[in-house]
Design a protein around this ligand. Structure first.
Ligand code: ACO
Length: 328
């Protein structure tokens, strides 16, 4: 058998502090009924002030290593999918290798917003199947609550903090493995969803701060539309590439951005509710971390088991998008 990459184990971590819709009602002109019916979100986890993204990433990584039975010394690359890293630069992956005590191992961040985990999965797959590396730690970690304007009800209620991680290595049997991956992007729509200030287009200045350009900006309706179109198409292409049908897939994990987006995609493939892994009510949108958190949590609960066939798809700012079919 030629080399095939596989997910060997998964782990996750969410900060202890929980903010419910009811809590948000106390300081913002919104309500639990609106947030729940429009998004499916009930609560989200919030990182503390001195708790950067790398802290969440390391905890998720340690859990993924434990659950996959792989020692940290065996890891020969660390990839972190994030757009809310500790610093503008250097990379959060760089901080993570130090905190994990594995300095010397190559490390890099992938910036594809909410589809970052699928960009990471595809990259890790290529490194493993080409024989360049044997064991890769892929982490999706985000702290969007620190880049949201908490006076803007159209965006801040949607996000949460968290991290999910997987260990990727060579498949241990004929069935297991990443059966297909698919990625795409369209840069003509970057202005629909972005954090416009702080980069080289709009360097930090008093004007940038006054205009609140350091925070998330989103045209919700257009993002919603694109998410349904691109996540559906990505899932379809990934299934086609793997030669599987929706009926054969045991569970779908769609990027947890809005329960209504997930329901629309599921409807398209006639997927019943019990085949959907959904935890948006507990974590809200954790961007690049939603798929690995949902995967790790469902594996911990015993819902996703060895041998199960999984479908992933996501859309992120940019836009970027992707899909994958994986047998655990
Ligand atoms: N509470 C109460 N009312 C609200 C809130 C809120 N939190 N937010 C908006 N409203 C109001 C608006 O002010 C508006 O009122 P008006 O009609 O009096 O002006 C009304 O609700 C409708 O607002 P819209 O923004 O037009 O509502 P929409 O139907 O677009 O739903 C939502 C908003 C839920 C955000 C939706 O657009 C969405 O989910 N978009 C996709 C989000 C997404 O996927 N983002 C992540 C992408 S991934 C990444 O890369 C980060």
């Amino acid at each position: 058998m030629s080399k095939r990459a596989a997910i060997l184990g998964a782990g996750y971590y969410a900060p202890e502090k929980v903010l419910t819709n009811k809590d948000i009602e106390k300081f913002l002109d919104t309500n639990d009924e609106w947030i729940t019916s429009m998004t499916g979100m009930k609560e989200r986890h919030l990182s503390e002030k001195g708790q950067p993204t790398s802290d969440l990433a390391v905890k998720a990584a340690e859990n993924a290593l434990k659950n996959s039975g792989v020692k940290k010394e065996e890891i020969d690359m660390v990839l972190v999918a994030t757009v809310t890293g500790d610093y503008v630069w250097p990379s959060t992956a760089n901080v993570v290798v130090n905190k994990l005590g594995i300095n010397g191992v190559p490390s890099v961040d992938l910036s594809a917003a909410c589809s970052g985990f699928l960009y990471g999965l595809t990259s890790a797959r290529a490194f493993i199947e080409s024989g360049i590396y044997k064991k890769i730690l892929l982490i999706g970690a985000e702290e969007f609550t620190k880049v949201c304007d908490w006076t803007d009800r159209k965006t801040c209620v949607l996000f949460g903090d968290g991290a999910g991680a997987v260990v990727i290595g060579e498949a241990q049997n004929e069935e297991q493995g990443i059966l297909s991956t698919y990625l795409g992007s369209d840069g003509s729509k970057v202005s629909y969803l972005m954090q416009p200030g702080g980069g080289t287009a709009n360097p930090l200045s008093q004007e940038v701060l006054d205009k609140k350009m350091q925070f998330v900006y989103m045209e919700g309706k257009e993002v919603f539309k694109q998410a349904v179109i691109k996540m559906t198409a990505s899932m379809e292409i990934a299934m086609e590439k793997a030669g599987v049908t929706a009926e054969q897939v045991d569970y779908f994990i769609f990027h947890q951005a809005n329960k209504r987006i997930i329901d629309s995609i599921a409807q398209r493939f006639l997927v019943p509710e019990e085949k959907l892994i959904i935890n948006i009510h507990k974590y809200a949108n954790t961007s690049a971390a939603t798929i690995p958190i949902a995967l790790a949590e469902a594996m911990e609960e015993g819902k996703i088991k060895k041998g199960h066939l999984l479908g992933f798809s996501a859309l992120g700012a940019g836009f970027t998008w992707g899909g994958a079919i994986v047998r655990i």
